[in-house]
Write a protein that binds this ligand. Sequence first.
Ligand SMILES: NC(=O)C1=CN([C@@H]2O[C@H](COP(=O)(O)OP(=O)(O)OC[C@H]3O[C@@H](n4cnc5c(N)ncnc54)[C@H](OP(=O)(O)O)[C@@H]3O)[C@@H](O)[C@H]2O)[C@@H](O)CC1
Ligand SMILES: Nc1ncnc2c1ncn2[C@@H]1O[C@H](COP(=O)(O)OP(=O)(O)O)[C@@H](O)[C@H]1O
Length: 305
Amino acid sequence: MNVTEIDLTTLRNWPLPMPRFDGDKEARGHALVVAGSREMPGAALLAATGVLRAGAGKVTIATAAHSAAHVATALPEARVIAMAETPGGGFAAEGVRRLAELAPKVDALLIGPGMQDEYATAELVRALLPRYAGRKIILDAAALALLHPPEEAPLLAEPVDWQHIRFAEAVLLTPHAGEMAHATGRSRDDITADPHEAARHAAQQWNAIVALKGALTVIAAPGGGLWQQQGGNIGLAISGSGDALAGIIAGLAARGASLEQAAAWGVALHAAAGDQLALRFGTLGYLAREIPAEIPALLRTLAQA
Ligand SMILES: NC(=O)C1=CN([C@@H]2O[C@H](COP(=O)(O)OP(=O)(O)OC[C@H]3O[C@@H](n4cnc5c(N)ncnc54)[C@H](OP(=O)(O)O)[C@@H]3O)[C@@H](O)[C@H]2O)[C@@H](O)CC1
Ligand SMILES: Nc1ncnc2c1ncn2[C@@H]1O[C@H](COP(=O)(O)OP(=O)(O)O)[C@@H](O)[C@H]1O
């Protein structure tokens, strides 16, 4: 298997698109973050902060009505859409039309961080995917419930028809090993024993780019591309860390990177941010919310490297 290490050389040879100096915020890219819930409202904030710190010009958050006002206050740079909630704490289907209307103005769509009610989330994803065809789509955390085998929860109204859902190069899935285990019906140990094979197989099975996260993160594209990243430290293994990463990737994609490039740069920046925070605070005890603020300086350093 031919694996490309995501190191300085790889990144230097794969420069991120830069906005024109006379561009406006729309030109810098707009990401829609569908995230958070009554019990995990912070996920929306972590992801949306990641979007802006990665350099996108605009972020819209769709989050649980219950916490929307708090989220808006905590991130005044964001537009916040309050989503009606299901009894299970997910987003009710009635919100789909509002999110679908935004599609022409959105460059990248992230769904899943901190969402509850896997059934409602999977149905929401299924409803939004066709409306966002041609946009860059990142499915994380609860949104990966769409992939669960039929014999497992959630019970979808109809079996998933991949041909109609049109998973393609424009969809990135970001499972950790546990989520990959849940989605594939394999054991977590089986996944971690050979993450390259697991990511590659999943990318082909779902016809999507797959970033299988862990101390070693493997990115596989359906076309055969395979990358790995082993930086960072154990301090990154903390609740909300993946939400920040998903937001950083969405921000990079919104500002013009392909999803493969956004994933590769995103995991490298996330790991480097962890290393910066470990230097400042020690390896254990820094917070996921501190990750995004490290990104602009790292981008500047890496762009000049
Ligand atoms: N929880 C919190 O306090 C906070 C959470 N936040 C955010 O919430 C989101 C969910 O995070 P989490 O931590 O709630 O769910 P996590 O453990 O990632 O499981 C996800 C899925 O993986 C599955 N799965 C896992 N291991 C498995 C295995 N060995 N084998 C098989 N399956 C396994 C697991 O299945 P289950 O264990 O339920 O059967 C479940 O389906 C995420 O965005 C996070 O950042 C933050 O906003 C901050 C506060
Ligand atoms: N030991 C480790 N060393 C380096 N990075 C790690 C380590 N453990 C986890 N990570 C990274 O931290 C992030 C954790 O994301 P995730 O498991 O989705 O957390 P959460 O869902 O709680 O936000 C991933 O990007 C993963 O690659």
